[in-house]
Design a protein around this ligand. Structure first.
Ligand code: SAM
Length: 281
């Protein structure tokens, strides 16, 4: 018996279903159910929420989310070998766990979930950043999710919460911090996983704001940031030359020195620049 539910310990589940971890699927499993419950608790009050989990694997975090009271969990797993183990969890929590055997990049979560929705996942490293960028750049804001509680490689987590003037600062920090609060809530050493990855990991908790922190047109802001950081060593007047005619005037209007480099420019300044390039109605 494990501490949080009446299902077998995860090591036993992995042995029973012969879930030898596959590198190609980014499989580094969490086997300590106390730890997965702790991660689930970082996601906030789950009792009134549906939760989307990507990559449940043998189900450690899934069990944590259910034991912590999630109203419903939709778990999307690409590896069909995991489905029998996950079906046993669904049986233990009748009506609260829906399983999809498929690629998270192809699933429309809103076809299965009722808002409010929180997302929690120990993400596969190969698709983690792509999913995060998708969740941070929906067509409309506020997005369908209230919060994201996500495990990343420590280096990616640091890029999400980075501040100007640091090496980690870039597109991911600006995207995350423009319309959300982002903080690192847990750090995990490689030994927390089986098999242990080469790098340290961290859980980031991201909460959607109702409104962007500073007004700006999303597409213009995104272009300016991409151009600025594509050539992060260049001065902005050079790296942004192709974004809009008369870029020096726009930089001046935003209060940014044309000789500045992207990594010195704050979110507020990037938003002012985007507004100058495309005045808001
Ligand atoms: N959540 C489990 C845990 O914490 O032990 C497993 C985490 S493991 C880092 C990532 C999981 O994502 C694996 O089970 C893997 O099969 C799954 N996965 C990889 N790519 C996926 C994709 N495109 N869509 C859905 N699941 C995927």
């Amino acid at each position: 018996m494990s501490a949080i539910d009446s299902l077998p310990p995860l090591r036993e589940v992995i042995d029973t279903h012969q879930l030898l971890a596959r590198k190609s699927l980014g499989q580094n499993f969490l086997l300590d159910l106390n730890l997965t419950s702790k991660i689930a608790r970082q996601a906030g009050d789950l009792s009134k929420c549906d939760v989307l989990e990507i990559g449940p694997g043998p189900g450690g975090l899934t069990r944590g989310l259910l034991a912590e009271g999630a109203r419903r969990v939709l778990a999307v797993e690409k590896d069909s070998r995991c489905m029998p183990a996950l079906a046993e969890i669904a049986e233990a929590y009748p009506g609260r766990l829906e399983l999809i055997n498929g690629d998270a990049l192809d699933v429309d979560p809103l076809a299965h979930l009722t808002p409010p929705v929180r997302i929690a996942a120990n993400l596969p490293y190969n698709v983690g950043t792509e999913l995060l960028v998708r969740w941070l750049t929906p067509k409309d804001w506020p997005p369908f999710w209230q919060s994201l509680t996500l495990m990343f490689q420590r280096e990616v987590a640091e890029r999400i919460v980075a501040q100007p003037g640091t090496k980690a600062y870039g597109r991911l920090a600006l995207l995350a911090q423009w319309r959300a609060d982002a903080r690192i809530v847990l750090s995990l050493p490689p030994e927390a996983f089986s098999p242990p990855p080469k790098v340290h990991s961290a859980v980031v908790h991201i909460t959607a704001l109702e409104q962007p922190r500073f007004p700006a047109d999303a597409a213009t802001l995104s272009r300016v940031i991409a151009a600025g950081f594509n050539q992060r060593r260049k001065m902005l007047r050079a790296s942004l030359k192709s974004v809009a005619p008369g870029i020096e005037d726009h930089l001046q209007a935003a209060g940014i020195a044309p000789t500045e480099r992207a990594e010195q420019v704050s979110l507020e300044e990037f938003c002012a620049l985007a507004r100058s390039i495309k005045p808001l109605d």
